[in-house]
Design a protein. Sequence first.
Length: 368
Amino acid sequence: MMQRICPVCDQVMKHAHYCSACHSWVKDPVYMNVTYYLNERHPKNEAHCSYHNGEQEAAKAGIGKQRAMPWELGNTGKHARKNVTPNQLGRNAAAGPKASDSRNRRAQADQAQWQTRAGTAGQAKPVVKKTNPVKKLIILYIVLMVVMWLFRMVSGVASSFIDITSNVFDSVNGADYRELTDEEAKDYGGPCTDEAHFAVTIEDLQTPMQELIHTYPLPVTGTDTYSHNTVYSDETTWFSSTDTYYIEAEDTYAYVDFDYDTATGQLHQIYLSVPGRGSAADMTKQFLLMLNDADAWDSEQNQRSDAADLDELYDRMMDFSVTQTEGFWRGAGINAEFPSAENENCNVWIYPDRSSDSYSYGENTDSL
């Protein structure tokens, strides 16, 4: 197609001598046979040209591949038809899982590619998450401290609950009291109000007591000391410490107890548990003489006219017809028990007597 070309602006002239592109008067335009459309729309009425039929003509000539027109593409591309046959539906359904698996594999490959970083040339380095060991130790230490604090708190609450429960139980059962240590009993002060006391302390009796015990044919095998100190709700006090001397004896458990006030040291009582009536009577007589020499009672008790003679007391204890007897001598009360079996111990209590009229005489007993 022959076209006029403006020599000034090289644009196609629509008029014979006037260029509407550069508004120039052109006396001699350039005539050119143009077989293409440059920057302009293809005319609608032109269908038999190389644009429409060029590839088909080339395919017929064997020098190119015929390009299918959009309406000849069928069910492929963006111009694919929406209607499909039932056989195509079955094939698409069967191919669905495979296509889905393929897409999943591509997605996993893409994700793996994003999670790797370039290392050396041609290599991929996996991303490793680093941890701080110091941070772990600090967290572990904090957790241990919290656990220990919780354990102490729970233990304290449990101990307080036990103490409260014990106090409530003791109050309900009438056992409203508290125990004291030896130092607390001494600080509390004495003498205690729940026991009678001799007018002599355990310290004053240490030397004569040791000499007396070691003169008997029953040797001492050991000693022990224990105490019970109690303050009741009505302020009644019982402070008791005991020195025990264990005596060697065959087939029996023999000992002598010296019970005294923990706060003041004043003697409460002497208790004997020894085999043989003769040993019990002899030791009782010697202990009474020891107390008398140590001024264990006041002058009024020492001169009591109703007190039994010491020799008479000894004779009564040696009477094998007597199984139990109680009485007093000066400031001391005596209670003796003699078992019928030969392998059992004889038991004697020596305690302060403040009222001679308070003695009771039961069956098989005699007054001293």
